[in-house]
Each structure stands twice: as structure tokens, then as C-alpha cells.
Write a protein that binds this ligand. Structure first.
Ligand code: SF4
Length: 395
């Protein structure tokens, strides 16, 4: 998932300049209206110097619509495939849902710990309103424990341990409109764990004419997912590997439910893109990557965009090297030879694999450098050279 630390903020935090852009480019991109830049890198612990101070320990509850009552006051959460059984006073794996007297509550409703204005290319969503910004938010918590998580300070935290804000859904949407975002993005951690907050914001966002997009690990049960699809326009789903072993060992998750989520999103006509973070020695076997791409083509369609993203050593995988560029290029070739039509490489600003090429006439139709978008050569959602329809949301 993209990291929240590198873009304009709703409320004044410290933030780094964006990788791949010069500081000048970053400022031009953002408008820099109330952005504070520094070399510090803080995501879960913003400095409370803005209009609203971040506070530690905020807890706002909301009754979950997805749990089953069991005997003795125990409950079973029905939101994600972990299906946690939780006794009174305890929490589920994601740390942000608690059994209070036999009822199950979200503890993070209206308390985001990260709120940023990002280029939509950062999600990454390359086929959704290119060159626009997405108002992006997260709370503490996650239902995975990825050893390579780039946002572990917030994803693996209890809500009491992070600095967060009080931002009700209507205020969030108002801010997004004021700042000129074209979409709201639920991202940085697994958004399923703040489902109630996401859904309420999503309904208001739709009414205001903005899109709802998410970057998710796809680990959500079909019922809540189908309900979410009522307000969801686009999703980038991490397909982190293509073996159960990878998901079990490195994420404390499972592969099959993620594949089911991908099928459901396709069926529900939510625009879908996929990200695969290629980690040296862990999931860079080209035969497995090819098998994954053939599955995507067969189950989701050749026109599903896929992003092969470069890994950098962090969190619990610091001993591994960054992904060699040649590995990402091989993955790109494997995906193209499997028949996928829109194959991108990520985290290598300036690489040709950031651009969109028409699968029919092979001409470049969207030019990108990092998160900067150059010329867009589309007319009414079609290649301006040969007229081939290009999947996505373009207006
Ligand atoms: S959403 Fe949280 S509490 Fe519910 S099943 Fe998943 S990890 Fe467990």
C-alpha cells in the first residue's frame, strides 16, 4: 500500500518531499497551500501544529453491522475471513474492534490518524481520472501483519497508541471538496477495519459527485464487500503473492479470499487494478508470476491493469535488498507474454513501464514520470490514434 507520508496534508503534520520528484515539482504539484515540508518522516505521530491538534488515545465507537452473537456474551466478527471469536472486553486481530457487553464495536469511527491529499497515481490507480488528487485517509489497525509493511507504525498499532483527529464523515467530505480532490481514497492500512467510517463517508462522497476509491489487501468477506460496492468506484487490490504459503508466512493471511474479492469486484463492475510488490527471494519466481498473470487474464480479463512494484527493505525484511530493476522488467515481460494488456512497474520514477500504451496500435497514450502525468492522448475514453476503448474512469 502506498505510504501516507509523502504528500499534502489536511492538517499540519511534518512530511517528506515526494520520492521521485524534486521539491520544486512537489510544491508545484500540491499548490502547497498549507503543506509543511521537512526532512522528518512521520506518519503515525504527526506534530499537532495545525488548525486541529492530533490527540493520542482518541476512541470513538460505532456498532458494527457485521457480527454474530454467541453463547456467554462471546461474538464472532463477520467482517473479514479471520472471523475472530471475541469474548467480552477483548478485541479482534485488527486491534480496533472490541466486544463490549456482547456487542461488537469499531473503536476508530471518525478518528483518522492519516489524512493526506495524494495524486491518484500514488494509490496506484492509473486508469482513474489521471492527474487528479485523491483525499486519502486511514485509521490505526489492520487485519494483516505483513513483514514488509511500509505503514507498520499505524497498521500494527492500537488506536490508543497513535495520534489521531476527530473528523466526522461530513467534515471529511467537505474538506475533500474544498481542497479540490476528485476522489476519496481509503488506503494506507486495510480499510475494511474502519468499514463503518469508510461506508458513511462513501455515501456522502457519492452525493457530492466525488469518486470513492480504495487500496486494499482484499481480505474482506463477500457480504460486507458487496455492500461496499454500492458506493465504490475503483479499487487497487494487492495480490501480494500467488501461494498460500506466502500469505501465511509473510502476511498472516490467506490467498483464496483475496482471489474471491477480485472476482466479486469484477462482477460488481468496480474498476479494478492490481498491485504485486515483488520481493527478492520471497515472491519473485517468474513461473509463479506467470501463473498469477494467467489467472488474472482468465478470471478478470486481459484488460485488468497490473502494477509490479519495487520493494525497499523495511520493517521486518530489512535484510533483503531492493528489487533489482531487471526483476521488475522480467515480471513485466512475463505478464505481457501471458496476455495482460496494461502492465506497469512502480517505485522506479522515469521508467518506461509507468506509461500507458494502447494494446492495439502500441502508441503511448498516457505519459507519466513518478506521480506526474504528462500528455493524455485519449478521446472519449478511447485511444486517440486508433479508437480502441481503454478501460477506466476518464471523466
Ligand atoms: S475485521 Fe478485525 S475483528 Fe473482524 S474478523 Fe477481521 S481481524 Fe477479526
Amino acid at each position: 500500500m502506498s505510504n501516507p507520508g509523502n504528500s499534502e496534508l489536511l492538517l499540519r503534520h511534518k512530511v517528506t518531499s515526494k520520492p521521485g520528484l524534486t521539491k520544486r515539482e512537489f510544491l508545484r504539484f500540491c499548490g502547497a497551500s498549507f503543506c509543511v515540508l521537512s526532512s522528518a518522516y512521520l506518519i503515525g505521530y504527526p506534530e499537532p501544529s495545525g488548525a486541529q491538534a492530533a490527540k493520542k488515545g482518541l476512541i470513538k465507537t460505532k456498532l458494527s453491522p457485521y457480527f454474530t452473537s454467541l453463547e456467554g456474551g462471546e461474538i464472532q466478527c463477520e467482517l473479514c475471513p479471520h472471523r475472530c471469536r471475541v469474548s467480552k472486553g477483548k478485541r479482534g486481530i485488527c486491534r480496533v474492534r472490541e466486544n463490549r457487553d456482547g456487542k461488537y464495536y469499531s473503536l476508530v469511527y471518525g478518528n483518522p490518524c492519516a489524512v493526506h491529499l495524494d495524486p491518484i497515481e500514488k494509490k496506484p490507480l492509473f486508469h482513474v481520472l489521471p492527474g487528479t488528487t485523491s483525499f486519502s485517509l486511514a485509521t490505526a489497525g489492520c487485519n494483516f501483519q505483513c513483514k514488509f509493511c511500509q505503514n507498520w507504525e499505524i497498521s500494527q498499532a492500537f488506536p490508543e497508541d497513535v495520534y489521531s483527529y476527530e473528523v466526522p464523515p461530513d467534515v471529511m467530505v467537505k474538506k475533500a471538496k474544498e481542497i479540490g480532490a476528485r476522489s476519496m481514497a481509503y488506503t494506507y492500512v486495510e480499510p475494511t477495519i474502519f468499514y463503518e467510517y469508510m461506508f458513511d463517508i462513501g455515501q456522502l462522497t457519492r452525493r457530492e459527485g466525488l469518486l470513492n476509491v480504495t487500496h486494499s489487501n482484499g481480505f474482506v468477506n463477500p457480504g460486507p464487500l458487496k455492500n461496499l460496492c454500492k458506493v465504490l468506484d475503483a479499487a487497487n487490490i494487492d495480490l501480494k503473492g500467488f501461494t498460500e504459503n506466502f500469505y501465511r508466512e509473510l502476511c498472516a493471511g490467506e490467498l483464496n479470499p483475496v482471489l474471491e474479492t477480485l472476482r466479486t469486484l469484477k462482477k460488481e463492475k468496480v474498476h479494478l487494478e492490481i498491485t504485486n510488490l515483488v520481493i527478492p527471494t520471497k515472491n519473485d519466481d517468474m513461473s509463479v508470476l506467470k501463473e498469477m498473470c494467467l489467472w488474472i487474464k482468465r478470471e478478470l480479463g486481459a484488460d485488468t491493469p497490473i502494477h509490479f512494484s519495487r520493494f525497499y527493505p523495511l520493517y521486518k525484511l530489512k535484510s533483503l535488498p531492493p528489487t533489482p530493476v531487471s526483476t521488475l522488467e522480467k515480471a513485466r515481460e512475463a505478464a505481457s507474454s501471458a496476455g495482460l494488456e496494461y502492465v506497469y512497474v512502480g517505485n522506479i520514477p522515469g521508467h518506461a513501464g509507468e506509461n500507458t500504451f494502447c494494446p492495439k496500435c502500441k502508441k503511448m497514450i498516457i505519459q507519466r514520470t513518478g506521480y506526474m502525468v504528462g500528455e493524455i492522448r485519449l478521446k472519449d475514453g478511447k485511444c486517440k490514434y486508433c479508437g480502441k476503448p481503454i478501460p477506466g474512469i476518464w471523466t
